[in-house]
Design a binder for this molecule. Structure first.
Ligand code: 3HC
Length: 311
């Protein structure tokens, strides 16, 4: 027999109401939100590295300024999301330990290298494009702090996606070498960006419960399909080829048929064996250690502020 609290919780969810930090919630609802929100935050912070790699080598001051703004935005997204996770009772230290110890995941996509400038275009167009498809529905997540954090994140993501598209368009209107560089980046980032949406629906252990609790609004495959249908016309405008020879639109179903994603590669990356996993965590660990003095100074300053307040 469900308790009054459970009945009220179920009613709020059924009526598309928001669950707020002080509301009663099932432990499993709290746990899955801490899992997803903290891993989302880790993804944003780790995601700064592949792009940060090109800030000092951007081809012009304008591109450097845009890229710096984008990487700063990702840091901000991470901070909103860590704060949203903290409203569920976890701490920043716990989440950081889970990331550095390898216990927590972050988006597979950031374990790939960025060898050329065109990668900045492919990341903006494909990775931020995928992130938008995944994050717009999250604006309606049943947990208040998460949904509200998403609203601002999505606004900034659309700027990220557009600047990536524009980098690729500029390259595709350039020399043969520039066009080849853009196509090479699209070839390397296309499949990993499809994998970003998560495993196929029949291999997604969290989806059913997450959809019942209205955290996840659409399945992994549904969002992947939506993303591809958004990409096809944009690829035509860019003049790039999406590297899937089996990609075709099925008039009957109104959906795109696509080639098989390499799920072995995906799960290898999740196990920590992607091209850049070790380097990403090492950089994060070093940054965390080198930043310890800032955290200590801020904590000491806050203590002094408190002690000078009139008791
Ligand atoms: N990378 C790493 N792990 C992934 C993954 C990916 N691309 N896709 C799925 N997984 C993990 C899941 O976390 C889960 O493991 P866990 O139980 O230990 O957490 C397991 O694989 C099974 O996947 P499920 O489909 O069952 O898990 P979810 O229901 O959580 O769905 C998700 C996965 C769609 C990624 C969902 O967690 C989600 O929407 N997360 C928030 C959005 C997010 O993280 N987006 C990517 C951020 S990148 C970004 O936005 C940066 C951009 O601004 C540049």
């Amino acid at each position: 027999e469900p308790s009054d609290e459970e009945r009220l919780f179920d009613e709020l969810i059924a009526n598309e109401q928001r669950i707020e930090p002080r509301d009663w919630m099932p432990d499993a609802y709290r746990r899955t939100l801490v899992r997803q929100i903290s891993q989302h935050a880790h993804s944003e912070i780790i995601g700064m590295q592949p792009e940060g790699n090109w800030i000092t080598r951007a081809p012009s001051l304008k591109r450097k300024a845009i890229l710096m703004a984008k990487v700063q935005d990702e840091a901000g997204h991470g901070l909103y999301l860590y704060s949203a996770a903290q409203t569920l009772g976890t701490t920043r230290e716990e989440m950081m330990d889970q990331l550095l110890s390898g216990k927590a995941k972050y988006s597979s996509i950031f374990n790939y290298p960025t060898p050329t400038w065109a990668d900045m275009g492919a990341i903006g167009w494909l990775v931020d494009g995928a992130a938008i498809c995944n994050q717009v529905p999250l604006c309606r997540a049943s947990y208040g702090p998460y949904g509200r954090a998403m609203v601002r994140i999505c606004k900034e993501e659309s700027f990220h996606q557009r600047q990536g598209f524009e980098i690729l368009l500029t390259l595709m209107q350039g020399t043969d070498e520039q066009r080849a560089m853009a196509q090479d980046a699209v070839d390397r980032w296309y499949w990993p960006s499809l994998a970003m949406f998560g495993p196929p629906d029949d291999q997604s252990p969290n989806s059913a419960q997450s959809m019942q609790w209205k955290i996840k609004r659409f399945s992994n495959d549904e969002l992947r399909q939506r993303f591809v249908s958004m990409l096809v016309p944009q690829a035509e405008i860019l003049g790039v080829t999406l590297p899937d020879p089996e990609l075709r639109y099925d008039e009957e179903t109104g959906r795109y048929e696509m080639g098989e994603i390499d799920w072995d590669e995906f799960f290898e990356v999740l196990r920590g064996n992607g091209p850049c996993n070790a380097e990403r965590i090492e950089r994060r660990r070093t940054a965390h250690e080198e930043g310890a003095w800032v955290r200590e100074a801020a904590a000491e300053y806050a203590r002094k502020q408190r002690s000078t307040l009139v008791p």
